[in-house]
Design a binder for this molecule. Structure first.
Ligand code: FPP
Length: 246
C-alpha cells in the first residue's frame, strides 16, 4: 500500500527569519457548522490542529509559538462551551505533555490562568515546571488572556514600584513595560497569524505586536497544518520590515 509522503517543511520555508509566531486560532465553530456537527467537534478538531502545528513549528525552527486558546472575553460564551473548552485543555495538557517533554519543548501558559479551576492550575504548573529545563522551542498557550488586562497588571506593578521608591516614574521605559508583561522572557514577536478570514487582533498581544507582521488566511483553524504555517513563514520572508526606519 502506498504511504503518503510527509512534506519536507524545511524545504518549503527556508531561512524565514521568524523567531516567534503567534496564532489567533479562529473558525472552529464554522468548521463544525459546515459539517452539521456541534461546536465542540470543531474545538476537538482545533486541538488536532494545535498538535500538528506545534510539531511543525519545531521542524521549521521557530523558537516560540504562542497560541490564543481562551481569551478573557471568552467567558461570555455559553457555560457549556466554556466547560467543553476547559475539558479539552485539561485533556490536552495531560495527554500531550509527555510528547512535548520528549521533544525538548518548553510549555508555557500566559494569561491570568491562576483564576481557573485549581486542579487545572496545578496541572499547568506541573507541566511548566517539568519542561522548564528543556532547551527546545517554547509553546506558549494563552489562557484567560487579554492584552488590556495584561497591560493593566503591568501598569499596576510599575506604579507600585514607583510608589515604593524602587523606580522613579520618569525613568520607566519600554524595557520596564516589556519586563512586566507575561511575555517578558519570550523572544520578540515577529509574526501574528489569524485564521478564518477575520482581520483583527481581538485583544491578543497588543503591545508585543507593535512591529509584528500580520498574516491573515481564510483557512479555518481545524484545517490549518504545517504546510499552512510554512506558507505564512514564506510570506513573512518577503515582507520588508523597517521598524520605523527607511
Ligand atoms: C475560535 O473559534 C477558537 C476558540 C475560541 C478556541 C480555540 C481553542 C482551541 C483550538 C482548542 C483548545 C486549545 C488547546 C491549546 C488545547 P470559534 O469557536 O470562535 O469559531 P467561529 O468563529 O467559527 O465560531
Amino acid at each position: 500500500m502506498a504511504t503518503k509522503a510527509k512534506p519536507d517543511l524545511t524545504s518549503i520555508a527556508p531561512a524565514h527569519g521568524v523567531r516567534h509566531a503567534a496564532i489567533i486560532m479562529d473558525g472552529n465553530g464554522r468548521w463544525a457548522k459546515k459539517r452539521l456537527l456541534p461546536r465542540v467537534a470543531g474545538h476537538r478538531a482545533g486541538v488536532e490542529a494545535v498538535r500538528r502545528v506545534a510539531r511543525a513549528a519545531q521542524e521549521l525552527g521557530l523558537e516560540c509559538l504562542t497560541l490564543y486558546a481562551f481569551s478573557s472575553e471568552n467567558w461570555k460564551r455559553p457555560a457549556s462551551e466554556v466547560s467543553d473548552l476547559m475539558g479539552l485543555l485539561r485533556h490536552f495538557i495531560q495527554s500531550d505533555i509527555d510528547e512535548f517533554h520528549a521533544n525538548g519543548v518548553r510549555l508555557r501558559v500566559i494569561g491570568n490562568y491562576r483564576a481557573l479551576d485549581p486542579a487545572l492550575v496545578e496541572m499547568i504548573d506541573g507541566a511548566m515546571a517539568r519542561t522548564a529545563g528543556n532547551s527546545g522551542p517554547i509553546v506558549a498557550i494563552a489562557l484567560n488572556y487579554g492584552a488590556q488586562d495584561e497591560m493593566v497588571r503591568a501598569v499596576r506593578e510599575l506604579a507600585a514600584r514607583a510608589a515604593n521608591g524602587d523606580v522613579a516614574a520618569q525613568d520607566i521605559g519600554v524595557a520596564d513595560i516589556d519586563a512586566a508583561l507575561y511575555t517578558a522572557d519570550l523572544p520578540p514577536l515577529d509574526l501574528m497569524i489569524r485564521t478564518s478570514g477575520e482581520q483583527r487582533l481581538s485583544n491578543f498581544l497588543l503591545w508585543q505586536a507593535a512591529y509584528a507582521e500580520l498574516y491573515f488566511t481564510d483557512m479555518l483553524w481545524p484545517d490549518f497544518d504545517g504546510r499552512a504555517l510554512a506558507q505564512a513563514l514564506d510570506a513573512f520572508r518577503l515582507r520588508d520590515r523597517r521598524f520605523g526606519g527607511l
